[in-house]
Design a binder for this molecule. Structure first.
Ligand code: SF4
Length: 280
């Protein structure tokens, strides 16, 4: 059994909140740069250039990439041979988020109660997803999620008789009806299978896959390529002002499901699909 100090988790989460909000992942930076060579609309190209300038300045001057610094979605993979010394994992994560957002001068966007809506003033609590794994390490990923894109999430519980085309039409329809709201170009996360809540979680997790990395299953790699092509033919374009770059990638995660159903969830990540990770 290996001890991991509570205070080390607090510091790691604090730093990851700031890092994720200041530095876009390298794969997404490359996608934004490359899209300037393929985007057919002059306005679209100009927007992509502005987006590149924005993330470059943010990284250079340690500023948030976007004013919406998001709700902190935190994925933890905890090895079963590790013991957290000094407190609860959830407390450490929430303390780290509170420190990261206040000390990092990131906008605090979380309200204590969904109906009474009083700001917690430190962006805590996080939305924490914990997975137990083999080993004695703790992998932490902080993925701040803005709600321009989060509000465009959809879940559809298909009949098991639904065809692949019907599922694809639903996914494309979600991106089409979202229009400019999720600040395109987007990253499209899809969760297929499991139960309703599993599909929603898979769709969110799918946003963590590096842009441009192919699905390891050739069947789903083909489906992702076909979906990306259809989505980029929609004409939504950068910031919804028209163009051929509506999405940078489509990422599908699957799970076994019941004979009587076919859940499909879509979670859209904006052009600021942020995440940063650290292993303790
Ligand atoms: S959807 Fe993304 S880019 Fe748009 S305001 Fe929210 S965080 Fe910023």
């Amino acid at each position: 059994m290996r001890d991991i100090a509570y205070t080390d988790i607090v510091k790691a989460v604090r730093d990851l909140c700031i890092q994720a909000n200041h530095q876009l992942p390298a794969d997404l930076c490359s996608a934004i740069r490359n899209a300037q060579n393929t985007e057919r609309s002059p306005v679209g190209r100009a927007i992509l250039k502005d987006v590149e300038e924005n993330f470059t300045i943010a990284a250079q001057r340690s500023l948030p990439i976007c004013q919406d610094t998001g709700m902190a979605v935190v994925f933890c993979r905890l090895g079963q041979e590790a013991h957290i010394d000094g407190g609860l994992l959830s407390d450490a994560v929430n303390e780290g988020v509170a420190l990261g957002y206040t000390e990092g001068f990131l906008r605090c966007s979380v309200v204590e109660d969904p109906l009474r809506r009083v700001n917690t003033n430190n962006n805590a609590p996080a939305v924490l997803h914990l997975e137990l794994t083999a080993g004695d390490a703790l992998e932490i990923t902080v993925a701040p999620k803005g709600f321009g894109s989060e509000n465009m999430s959809f879940l559809h519980m298909f009949n098991p008789s639904a065809t692949q085309v019907e599922v694809e039409d639903f996914i494309v329809g979600v991106v089409s009806s979202a229009g400019s709201n999720p600040c395109p170009p987007v990253v499209v996360g899809v969760g297929l299978g499991g139960t309703s809540e599993m599909a929603a979680l898979l769709a969110k997790k799918a946003l963590l896959r590096p842009v441009g990395q192919e699905n390891p299953d050739p069947f789903y790699a083909d489906m992702e390529a076909a979906l990306l092509s259809r989505i980029n033919d929609l004409g939504v374009g950068p910031q919804g002002l028209g163009g051929t770059t509506t999405a940078f990638s489509v990422s599908i995660l699957t799970y076994p499901t019941h004979i009587a159903g076919l859940p499909c969830a879509v979670n859209l990540g904006c052009h600021v699909t942020r995440h940063a990770s650290k292993t303790l």
